[in-house]
Structure formats: structure tokens, C-alpha cells
Design a protein around this ligand. Sequence first.
Ligand code: 13P
Length: 340
Amino acid sequence: MSFADLESVAAAMVATGKGILAADESSGTIKKRFDKIGLESTEESRRAYRELLFTTPDMAQSISGVIFYDETLRQKTSKGVPFPEYLAKLGVVPGIKVDTGAKPLAAFPNETITEGLDGLRERLMEYYQLGARFAKWRGVIDIGQGFPTRYAIHANAQALARYAALCQEQNIVPIVEPEVLMDGSHTLERCEEVTNAVLAEVFQQLDGHRVHLEGMILKPNMVISGKKCAQRASPELVAAATVRCLKRHVPGAVPGIAFLSGGQSPAEASLHLSLMNAMGTLPWQLTFSYGRALQDTALTGWGGKPGGVAAGQREFGKWARLNGLARAGRFKPGMEAQAA
Ligand code: 13P
């Protein structure tokens, strides 16, 4: 393991003005996305869609890295260039999702534990050979009546830390993603309380597992009201609560924090990121690692039709650019209409 290699990859992932595209939807998840546009999910339709994203003109100006799913890491452009090689040539770092999903946590109704540690060392070795220089593992914490429990938070944090240590052993930068879901009807205050507990436990476990904090990226949720909350907190309150929570738990040694979008609309996710970056000097880079917030309008613009590629690329390129602006605190509501 080389700390210097890990640190330089991590720095590239959170470079000024750029963020990460999460294109690591499992075959099950991408099928759900394709169902919405009435497109059959086949190996070729999944490849074609990823090619649309990766070949978007100028994407490398605002995208520093792409998270792949196993199948995609092995796929090629229509001209026969492996996707990781194609992106690396553009200066975009290839990454790979390595967890195998959140499964029910035995004896803890409504809670999950993320699996995928068995055989992970060997899989990481192969992924490195295929060009991956960073990885992602997502622990999922849901909020509801009587949960999350301390034990579920602990079990997920421990798995995240074991994964992160294994990644670094194999010279791969871990993205540590403890996601507190925004699916419920909870308030922002409840989200903050749970996110505080989760981040405290995650950093305790990372420390215990001897993870080199300078060579990892944190991918948290924002502190936000649940989607079904009757009175959702304003963007300014979301930005303030999120930064307050991160400052309490994330050591300045961590080079960057790359948020997930978690079901926020593209405009919401960009505005929140922009407001946080406008708050003045922070100890870490604050950037994006969005899936849906970067892809939703690209997917509908494309519609699964060969004639829709240019429209899909325009949409993805637009949101990538606008989030690049949000990195500098310069995204304003309504900008997306002018940028169209
Ligand atoms: P969303 O931005 O759609 O939440 O996806 C990010 C991600 O990688 C979730 O693991």
C-alpha cells in the first residue's frame, strides 16, 4: 500500500470544480430506471446508456470520477475501448461499487446490513487490474418508529471500516457511504440526530480499523427532512444543519466529502451543495457523487431511443456543469432553465 498513491487519487476525485458521477446502479436498480421510460433492460441497452453518459462532450470538465457496477467496468464503447480505459484517458478516475447490497439484519425488523466482505480482497485485486482506483460501499440506515437501533448503526459502521481497510491495503481509495435515508416522514432535527450518531460511530470504527483518513472520501446524506415530512425545512436550514453535523464528526484529515443525492431533485441537490460551499472556508472539499440528480433528466431526455442520445447528453452535461458551479457556491435556482 502507498499512502501517497491513495492521497493523490483522493485529491483528484475532489478536485476544484468537479465531482463524481455515480453510475453504479446494479442490474436490478437500472431495470427500475429503464422501466420508467419503457425500455427493456438488456446488457446492450445498459451499455448504450452508459456510453451516452461517458461520451458526453466536455463531461471531464466537471466530472472527476465515475463509479461503475461490475458489468459496466467490463463493457466497452461502440468503438471497442473498455470504459475504464476510455475514461482514464480523459483524466476521469474509474471506480467500482463493491458491496453486494443491503440485506435484512436478522432479529432487527426494518433494518439492514450491507453484505460483500467475503472474498473482497480478491475482488479488489481484480478490479485494480481492470483499472479501478477507488471503490464504494453503501451502508443503509432507515428512520422510523423505533429504528435505527444502536446495534444496526454499529454493525454497518464496522462493515464500512473493514471494507475501507481492505481497499487501502489494495491501493484503492474507499468511498465510505453511510446513507441515512430520506424516505420517511421524519423532521430535519430527527435526521440530524441520526446522522450525528451514524457519523460518530463510523469515524470511531474507521479509527479502530486503522484506516488512513487522508486516503478516503466520505459520501454522506445531507441533513434533510424526510420526503413525506409535512413541513420540509428550507434549503438554508439543510445547508446549515449538514455543515454543523459534518464539522462535529469528520476530521479535517479527510480530503473530501462527496454527497449522495438520495432522492432530492436535481435542482434541490445542486442548491444545497451550492449553499454549503458559499458558507466560507471548510476543512474539507465539499462535492457531489450523485446518481439520480445527475441522471434523471438525461434518462428521460434519451428515452431509450438512438435519436435521443444528443438530448440525453445535453441534460447530463448541463447538470454536471451546474454542479461544478455549485462547488464554488455559484449555483442559483432557475439556472437550469437558462442553461438548457
Ligand atoms: P443517488 O445520488 O441517486 O442517491 O445515488 C448515489 C449513490 O451512489 C447511492 O449509493
